[in-house]
Design a binder for this molecule. Sequence first.
Ligand code: F6P
Length: 362
Amino acid sequence: MSGQAVKRIGVLTGGGDCPGLNAVIRAVVKTAVNELGMTVFGITDGFEGLVRDGRCVYELTPDSVRGLLPRGGTILGASNRGNPFAFPATRKGRTVTVDKSRTVMNRFKALGLDALVVIGGDGSLNIAHEFALRGMPVVGVPKTIDNDLSATDYTFGFNTAVRTATEAIDKLHTTAESHHRVMALEVMGRDAGWIALSAGVAGGADVILIPEIPYRIGRVCERIAARHDAGRTFSIVVVAEGARPASGRAVYADAAGKRLGGIGHKVAHDIARKSGHETRVTVLGHLQRGGSPSAFDRILASRFGAAAARLAVERGFDRMVCLHGQNIESVPLADAVGKLKTVPPDGDLVRTARDLGISFGD
Ligand code: F6P
């Protein structure tokens, strides 16, 4: 692709954090500086770093990213409150949202950047696409533990979250067995059941409840009763935070109905009431977002980061790097955002789970 040579690029991490962000940053910097002769600038706290004045932008060198590969979180900081198109501000004591997109465009120009690498989930990549439509040269990298982006087979961070949830199921098994209890484990994933399904299969759960297959508590209790009849005196129920009963709604942790959370307690309470079994609940929460990335995520993050630097130098703007099969490719950002990849209820993993005797409560 023709155009002015790409020499100075910015990189930011938007939305919630996840394991592998630092590995992407490291790969972008090493590839861009060592292989492509570019200069890289880190922007702090997602797009907020381009809205706020002050020391929010600094140069990243191969030296400054040394040791980052195994480190969780993001050295750049992340924010899911800093959408420049609806930026929170206080007016007459009230919180309102204002459009700061021009500030960001001007700041980007003032920094003399030739491209911006945005590492983010659906929300941040949507914002990146909006800026691309206004002429900003952006390249996207897909991140989220939820694995719910439609244009890539996997996002980095998901594998580590599944590992963490699987370890939790393994631990719950031993205590559940000792006390003859039902253990409910609530995991993240937003409106997609990928973490619950994958960890549930990997950990040998008895019941998995996901948003894509609304459940009936009676069916869940039937599965638990069948286990008891067969001499198994404990059961493991993995509950995606977005799961909902066929006759009800998803459960939110906040009054505004934005943050999912609490369905694990409801499921545990309903099982205890209906079946009489002693039931306990564990909410895994942000443990799934923390810690060192798995080997799979380190490799995927490194491939994404290197590919993003190459895509920038080739001026492949308004595109996102992605994994298709074994290959790293790129797709237009417009195709990558706004369409969530949820679990197909008739897909192979659900079918395998059913074949293994796992109930979805339907
Ligand atoms: O999208 C990642 C995720 O961890 C979801 O699984 C979860 O619903 C949400 O973010 C939690 O967000 P926050 O960190 O703002 O509570």
